[in-house]
Design a protein. Structure first.
Length: 213
């Protein structure tokens, strides 16, 4: 039986996310959205939500290539799919969206390059409740296993970032070898979060630094 409170919360989250994406489509003059579905539950959930709200939503299947024998080949195949998706989205005036969650954006060694991240403020455990599961990149999955589970890893991230506890206090819940790795991943990804565009400031008004019309 579905918990009515959880169901209501899910509808609230859906309304917020779809409203923001709808505004992004309108503001950019896009014709719709293309979802990097990645063959995962969260990708399918995002596709279903946006289809009900926006209508013109397509998807591109990404993720590991079963025919790729080596890790390098799989990574290359993934990048080729992303490049093709970007070209298709541009040709059809679609916004390219990725269903990566906050846990991934904080800790993955390589953040998704897509600019539209509708689930970017939801932790992995949030998506587990909404989508019935979540698929993490190999490096984040290994980190979660070393931490004692994604629930414990998310709890530490929430304590540090949402509750504003000191890093030392928040990281105490993790085994010693994992603490430094989590802190280092957060530090390295700070540049990605802070610098969506890196433009040296020369004049008095600079794009992406000074927000002006």
């Amino acid at each position: 039986m579905v918990d009515p409170a959880a169901q209501q919360d899910g509808r609230h989250v859906e309304a917020i996310i779809c409203g923001v994406v709808r505004s992004a489509v309108r503001d950019t003059g896009a014709a719709g959205v293309m979802v990097m579905e990645t063959g995962r539950r969260e990708g399918r959930l995002l596709h279903d939500w946006l289809t009900r709200t926006i209508g013109n939503v397509t998807r591109v299947i990404s993720g590991p290539d079963a025919n790729a024998e080596a890790a390098g080949d799989a990574q290359r195949a993934e990048e080729m799919r992303r490049a093709e998706a970007r070209l298709t989205a541009r040709e059809n005036r679609l916004l390219l969206a990725h269903p990566a969650c906050k846990t991934v954006l904080l800790l993955a060694a390589s953040a998704p390059p897509e600019r539209l991240l509708p689930f970017g403020d939801l932790y992995a455990t949030d998506l587990m409740g909404l989508a019935g599961g979540v698929t993490l990149p190999d490096d984040v999955n290994a980190l979660a296993d070393a931490a004692g589970g994604v629930e414990r890893l998310d709890a530490v991230l929430r304590a540090w970032l949402e509750e504003r506890r000191s890093p030392v206090d928040a990281l105490e819940a993790l085994p010693y070898p994992v603490r430094d790795t989590v802190a280092e991943r957060l530090r390295l990804n700070r540049a990605v979060r802070r610098w969506p565009r890196c433009v040296p400031k020369i004049g008095t008004r600079t794009l992406w630094i000074d927000m002006f019309e």
